[in-house]
Design a protein around this ligand. Structure first.
Ligand code: FAQ
Length: 311
């Protein structure tokens, strides 16, 4: 069965078609997808925190309702992604246990603090911008449930990015102090946003195989370079600047280049020693404990309903 399964798998990948949950797949394909999709789900859930912290401090009712909607969307993205990961054979409880035990990865970006209201603008513009750039190609990922989840996620992220851009635009056109606050937020989020794309290509152990399996379509550096090109245009409209005087378009390679990034800092954040790692995990543990009664009540209700059905 494995030989036939492998032949089917190889054909599907060669035809750039889709693998579905019940299809045979190589154990390593399942493993790397589970790794990426569960990390992605965790990122959405941990990623709610920097913005949720600002809901009660939003400067107007309109801004507050928009921010609440965005944070709720992130919860929704986490849920579709956990569902996609479950189709690979891992339970949601196990994934959540790994996250709160500090054993699972989530995106480095969410370990940085959101200090001012302008950070809501910078997160939407830069962080969601980077997320879109990375995730649009993932809509074509060879694993069906992941690719399909990405389509809806990307639509919502586009709205998120626009709202962030608009926050920055309004601040940039406000008082000198507001413009400075916007610039300061862009200065702080720029490099961490570039690092969201992962380590440089020659230090990215998973890229080659993931590209061969049509999970990733472009390398980390390729997507990072495209992102810089998008931001260069948009920052002009904002009337702000990128904190990087080495951004340039290389006519020979036809790629955007940027200044050096602090990969030591990236490794520190991945090792759990970023500015907010401990706080983010603690908050998630607390939320998990606080929600225990809801899970218990839902399970008791489901048991009661299924007992009624059997009568
Ligand atoms: N942070 O060999 P590679 C969002 C790890 S967007 C932490 O290059 P790969 C939306 C990597 O896992 C953010 N760890 O790995 C939002 C691997 O370690 P492992 C989520 C990172 O998989 C916005 C090791 O380094 N988006 O949430 C990072 O080929 C606003 C070696 O790396 C996604 O997850 C990092 N930045 O490429 C929500 C997108 N980079 O697993 C709220 C889907 C690398 O072997 C508010 N994921 N590592 O232990 C991907 O596209 C890929 O997994 C990459 C990494 C590109 C992240």
């Amino acid at each position: 069965a494995d030989a036939a399964g492998q032949a089917h798998f190889d054909r599907v990948i060669a035809e750039d078609s889709r693998i579905e949950p019940k299809d045979w797949m190589p154990a390593a394909y399942r493993k790397t997808l589970l790794r990426q999709v569960s990390q992605h789900a965790h990122s959405e859930i941990i990623g709610m925190q920097p913005e949720a912290n600002w809901i009660s401090r939003a400067p107007s009712l309109k801004r507050k309702s928009i921010l609440m909607a965005k944070v709720q969307d992130e919860a929704g993205h986490g849920l579709y992604l956990y569902s996609a990961a479950e189709t690979l054979g891992q339970s949601r409880d196990k994934m959540m246990d790994d996250l709160i035990a500090g054993k699972a990865r989530y995106s480095s970006i969410f370990n940085y603090p959101a200090r001012t209201w302008a950070d809501m603008g910078a997160i939407g513009w830069l962080v969601d911008g980077a997320a879109i750039c990375n995730q649009v190609p993932l809509c074509r990922a060879s694993y069906g449930p992941y690719g399909r989840a990405m389509v809806r996620v990307c639509k919502e992220e586009s709205f998120h990015q626009r709202q962030g851009f608009e926050i920055l635009l309004e601040l940039s056109n406000g008082t000198a102090a507001q413009k400075q606050m916007a610039q300061d937020a862009v200065n702080r989020w720029y490099a961490p946003a570039l690092m969201m794309f992962g380590p440089p290509d020659d230090d990215s152990p998973n890229s080659k195989q993931s590209m061969a399996w049509n999970i990733k379509r472009f390398s980390n550096d390729e997507l990072r370079s495209r992102f810089v090109g998008m931001m260069v245009e948009q920052v002009r409209v904002l009337g702000l600047t990128l904190p990087d005087d080495q951004v340039r378009y290389n006519e020979d390679t036809k790629k955007w280049e940027h200044g050096p990034l602090d990969w030591h800092e990236f490794q520190e954040v991945l090792a759990g020693r970023g500015p907010c790692n401990a706080q983010r995990l603690e908050r998630r543990r607390q939320a998990h404990d606080d929600g225990a009664w809801v899970r218990e009540a839902a399970a008791a209700y489901a048991a009661k309903q299924s007992a009624k059905m059997q009568k």
